[in-house]
Design a protein around this ligand. Structure first.
Ligand SMILES: [Mg+2]
Length: 217
């Protein structure tokens, strides 16, 4: 393994956790899909669930909202425009000084970036509300290529743009299939976190040279 230069964080469920905000994003997404399908909310929610199950059955991997939306023949630009206008993230979020202190320390040694399937407006508001925006050198959102994670071409563009080789990157995320599997296949290191306590252990992992915490997964 080469020297680590960059840490690429997922945003939602990784740099913060909020079941309530996740539920609100799901609710607004179902409303957006209902509009596009000309269906009621309940039908849109049911069809979204069916689409996600079909994707999982086909690929054997976790399905994203963007992929399920496209599976239904919907336009992800319209979905994200609706989400950006209709989700108010701030009431669900608060700063966690432990996370911010850790990011400040990591930022001394590494470039810190966010790569999210969320859109620029909503991601920006979330990052400002939790206070991580000032620590991040770059933010890559769905608008970057309009192709959702996981996507090899988008990752290649990101590596080229930040001037860092895959072996010099650590990816941090809460969904292995979405955030970590492909970067790992391309030679990156990875760190799976499903809670803020696990995220805070990232620094100890750094002290161990950033191996791989996936265990038997
Ligand atoms: Mg996530």
């Amino acid at each position: 393994m080469g020297k680590l230069k960059a840490i690429v964080f997922d945003l939602d469920g990784t740099l913060y956790t909020s079941r309530e905000l996740a539920a609100e994003i799901h609710r607004v997404a179902c409303s957006a899909i209902a509009l596009q399908l000309g269906a009621c909310f309940e039908e849109a929610e049911a069809r979204l669930a069916v689409a996600k199950r079909a994707l999982v059955a086909r690929s054997g991997r976790e399905a994203t909202l963007s992929a399920a939306c496209q599976e239904l023949g919907c336009d992800i630009r319209a979905l994200h425009s609706y989400l950006a206008e209709n989700v108010e993230p701030e009431p669900f979020l608060k700063r966690d000084e432990r996370v911010l202190d850790m990011l400040a320390r990591l930022a001394r040694d590494y470039s810190l970036l966010v790569y999210t399937n969320n859109n620029r407006q909503l991601a920006g508001r979330i990052m400002a509300a939790i206070g991580v925006d000032s620590h991040m050198e770059r933010l890559f959102t769905i608008e970057y290529c309009w192709r959702s994670k996981p996507d090899r071409g988008v990752l290649e563009n990101i590596f080229a743009e930040i001037g860092v080789a895959p072996r010099e990157c650590l990816f941090v995320g809460d969904r292995y299939d979405v955030d970590l599997r492909l970067p790992e296949e391309m030679g990156c290191r990875s760190y799976l976190t499903k809670s803020i306590d696990e995220l805070l252990r990232l620094e100890g992992f750094a002290d161990c040279g950033f191996g791989d915490n996936r265990g038997g997964e």
